[in-house]
Design a protein around this ligand. Structure first.
Ligand code: TXA
Ligand code: MG
Length: 345
């Protein structure tokens, strides 16, 4: 199959709509990462997402909508959700609602809940409107690779497997949406993202919990609240190790670790803040963004992780950010890329 990459115009939206209505796959930009979309109400179409990605069938998908009226057929919405929709939709917030029978169990991996979000990216919104369908879409990467934040990343993973990629440029947030469970006693973040815990608490006026496995590996007998948390994810091919501690100690330690690995013959680099690039020039520093801007770090993270593979890095040492605000989402992804291996400086 030939994969077309189109800059969205009226013709491209028409083609995307025709393909989706015929049960085929279309990759499209959102404000978080690129999604790999199919008609959420068509079982076969949904199954073809899993085969294109090589995704385990027990990892459920997010359904994307452009208008709240679409919710009626899909799910039952708890009262708390209205305030969050007013505040954060369209935007990078996914909420879990109780599924209605119209949603195939293939979408929810058999779970009683369905994850729904309304993306704010104009191309996503226009495509969803053009096709008049709820669109199930995971991130448009091959399973296990970092999520794509450009059309070129999608093409790397999906070339020949899907008919169309809508090219909307670089994604703004760069990390996937916040996944919030509203179906249990207390609102719980299953995956941190662009809408932070602090932002949710400010609107709800109550405490929001964090799923246990956000900043550590899942225990052997622990049930994943969000099945996606079980899988090795965002992981470059080389080994990644996090280095934490006060900056007067982390920078020299990063340098020492890097040079040791290099002497051992490994292709090695460091991921460091813009402010530390100058002190690490002999360590092939990869600038992850300013120490004072977790949003900038989020925006660049996945493209940096992809670059490590292209460069054939075998050992990578990375600085860490405080796990607050957007920093929590950054540390969830970076932590998992490192399998949470950490050295204290
Ligand atoms: O920003 C995003 O959310 C992107 C764009 C394309 O919208 N999508 C995305 O989808 O990241 P995906 O499939 O890569 O991640 C969906 C996450 C997974 O961790 C999955 O386990 C979780 O949401 N999820 C989906 N439905 C769920 C459910 N019913 N219960 C618990 N977790 C669920
Ligand atoms: Mg994904």
């Amino acid at each position: 199959m030939q994969t077309k990459v189109l800059i969205p115009d009226a013709g491209a939206y028409q083609l995307a709509s025709d393909l989706l209505n015929r049960g085929e796959l279309v990759a499209f930009p959102t404000e978080t990462v690129y999604g790999l979309g199919a008609n959420a109400l068509n079982r076969e179409a949904v199954l073809s997402i899993f085969s294109a990605k090589g995704r385990p069938a027990d990892n459920p998908l997010i359904v994307h909508i452009h208008d709240r009226s679409q919710l009626d057929d899909l799910c039952t919405v708890p009262p708390l959700a209205g305030r969050l929709m007013d505040a954060f939709w369209p935007g990078p917030l996914t909420m879990l609602f109780v599924r209605k029978p119209a949603v195939p169990l293939e979408v929810t991996a058999g779970l009683p809940t369905v994850a729904i979000r309304m993306p704010s990216h104009p191309v996503a919104a226009a495509m969803l409107k053009a096709c008049s369908l709820p669109v199930a879409a995971p991130s448009a990467n091959s399973s296990g690779r970092p999520s794509p934040t450009t059309a070129a990343h999608v093409l790397e993973d999906m070339n020949g497997k899907i008919p169309l990629i809508l090219d909307g440029g670089e994604c703004d947030v760069g990390l996937e949406s916040t996944v919030l469970d509203l179906c249990h006693d207390q609102p719980t973040i299953l995956r941190p993202g662009g809408v932070t815990k602090e932002m949710l608490e400010a609107v709800l006026g109550q405490k929001v919990l964090l799923a246990g496995s956000i900043l550590r590996p899942l225990g052997e007998n622990e049930v994943a609240l969000s099945p996606g948390m079980r899988y090795r994810h965002y992981a470059p091919k080389g080994s990644v190790i996090l280095v934490e501690g006060p900056e007067e100690r982390t920078v020299p330690l990063l340098r020492k670790l890097c040079l040791e690995q290099r002497q051992a013959g490994k292709k090695t680099c460091v991921l460091c803040f813009t402010e530390h690039v100058g002190a690490l020039t002999d360590c092939d520093p990869h600038d992850i963004g300013s120490i004072s801007s977790p949003c900038e770090i989020a925006h660049r993270l996945f493209q940096t992780l992809r670059l490590l593979d292209e460069e054939g890095m075998e050992a990578v040492f990375s600085e860490v950010v405080p796990p607050e605000g957007m920093g929590l989402a950054v540390m969830n992804r970076l932590g998992r890329a490192a399998a949470f291996r950490t050295i204290r400086a």
